[in-house]
Design a protein around this ligand. Structure first.
Ligand SMILES: Nc1nc2[nH]c(I)nc2c(=O)[nH]1
Length: 274
């Protein structure tokens, strides 16, 4: 079934993808899904042993490496909790952004696949800009709510999904027991691919946003609609446009992301092992 065909039910494609993953990994059901955004790549190795690794492009509904621009693999990881309980984490290998123009169905296919694979929790991570001069590059921030400024939604038809507590309070509490200093913020998703103008950053800030990015909100909507618990964590890698009179160079932003890598990967691993 083809996600680009409007008559295709996207949940049928997610079911096919989940079956494929179960068959290829030998893991019949997964418990928690991770979407690793920029800066978060190192987290997978820290959470457990890789049980299986499959090329993401082979999974029904996922776009080819040519479109993604890089080869990615989706990994099944065995997580051992301190009490000895075993959980299976599905680390999705790729993320489709709305700005790629492939439509909201593609953007949330990974989340829907994870739900079909059995996951009851999804952790959405991203790199984004901060509207607060005090939230320096490299600062992880828990997402407490979002502003969907894309004008789009992954939900099709009369799916009047409730959006209170999209970012599950219980999971945010767990994250804060792991790192009590973690700030919380509202994440605004812009369509992109261009960054915001200073006026748009000011607009978002006046509307209550603390972070500006180009992902996560649509994925959270789809996850909530699939009745999954959601934990969103952002890595503020730069100050949003106009916040600082002398913006950081691209190199400084990259360096901040690299430097924060081990710390945020460790944080994520500790949250998952709770
Ligand atoms: N929209 C938006 N997305 C981002 N991603 C990263 I990394 N930094 C930004 C930013 O400043 N704005």
């Amino acid at each position: 079934p083809d996600l680009d065909d409007p008559t295709t039910d996207p949940f049928d494609v997610a079911a096919a993808a989940a079956e494929y993953i179960a068959a290829k990994t030998g893991v019949p059901s997964h418990d928690i899904a991770l979407v690793l955004g920029s800066g978060w790549g190192g987290a997978a190795e820290l959470i457990g042993d890789v049980v299986a690794e499959i090329p993401t492009a082979e999974i029904p509904g996922f776009v080819s490496p040519a479109v993604q621009g890089h080869r990615s693999t989706t990994r099944s990881i065995r997580v051992e909790r301190p009490d000895g309980a075993v959980r299976h984490a599905l680390v999705l290998g790729s993320r489709t952004h709305l700005y790629e123009g492939l439509g909201p169905r593609r953007v949330v296919h990974g989340v829907r696949t994870a739900a079909a694979a059995g996951c009851e929790t999804v952790i959405l991570t991203n790199g984004c800009g901060s509207v607060h001069i005090g939230w320096r590059p490299g600062q992880p921030v828990l997402i407490k709510d979002h502003l969907n400024l894309t004008g789009q939604t992954p939900l099709e038809g009369a799916k009047f999904a409730d959006m209170t507590d999209v970012y599950t309070p219980r999971l945010r509490d767990i994250a804060r027991t792991v790192d009590p200093d973690l700030p919380e913020g509202v994440y605004a998703q812009f369509h992109g691919p261009q960054y915001e103008t200073p006026a748009e950053v000011k607009m978002a800030s006046l509307m209550g946003a603390d972070l500006v990015g180009m992902s996560t909100a649509l994925e959270a909507i789809a996850a909530r609609h699939c009745r999954m618990d959601v934990l969103g964590i952002s890595l503020a890698t730069n100050l949003a446009a106009g916040i600082s009179p002398h913006p950081l160079s691209h190199e400084e932003v990259l360096a901040a992301g690299q430097e924060a890598g081990p710390r945020i990967s460790d944080l994520l691993a500790r949250v998952i092992k709770q």
